[in-house]
Design a protein around this ligand. Structure first.
Ligand SMILES: [Zn+2]
Length: 148
């Protein structure tokens, strides 16, 4: 009787490296065990050749393969932003947020500029990840104040 198997998206290059490494280790271990027993390694190798299905996703996967759960991140604790981890296949969230409820924290829009994530309030005020006001955004132009 087949049971449905849950799978987790994995970057393809990591999976292929892992699979190659593991199959080399299994092959060497199989031959080592067979040699210790004074038997042929073929039956053991055949018994260990079963495969499972794994769902693979490119690292730059589409947004719908990323967890949209709004949570606090270590680098931007002042506001909530999408989790961004790969989702558990067959669900819409990652394993960590599968049954979680969103924390009660000020919700701002995320504004990314030169790989830095800022929080944007409805009035246009732009906040750093630590909650400090650092500039403003008028809908087309971002103005960052020099605070140093
Ligand atoms: Zn998540």
């Amino acid at each position: 009787m087949d049971q449905p198997q849950a799978s987790v998206p994995v970057p393809q290059v990591i999976w292929e490296s892992l699979e190659l490494t593991l199959s080399n280790v299994v092959r060497a271990l199989t031959k080592d065990i067979a040699k210790s027993l004074g038997k042929s390694h073929e039956p053991l190798a055949k018994a260990l050749s079963g495969k499972i299905k794994v769902h693979l996703v490119e690292e730059d996967a589409a947004e719908d393969a990323r967890c949209p759960f709004m949570c606090q991140h270590a680098e931007t604790p002042a506001f909530l932003s999408p989790c961004g981890q790969p989702i558990l296949w067959g669900s819409t969230r990652c394993p960590a947020h599968l049954v979680a409820t969103e924390p009660k924290l000020r919700k701002m829009s995320a504004l990314k500029h030169e790989d830095v994530l800022y929080g944007l309030e409805e009035d246009g005020t732009v906040y750093s990840g630590q909650g400090e006001p650092v500039g403003f955004y008028d809908g087309t132009r971002l103005t960052l104040l020099n605070t140093s």
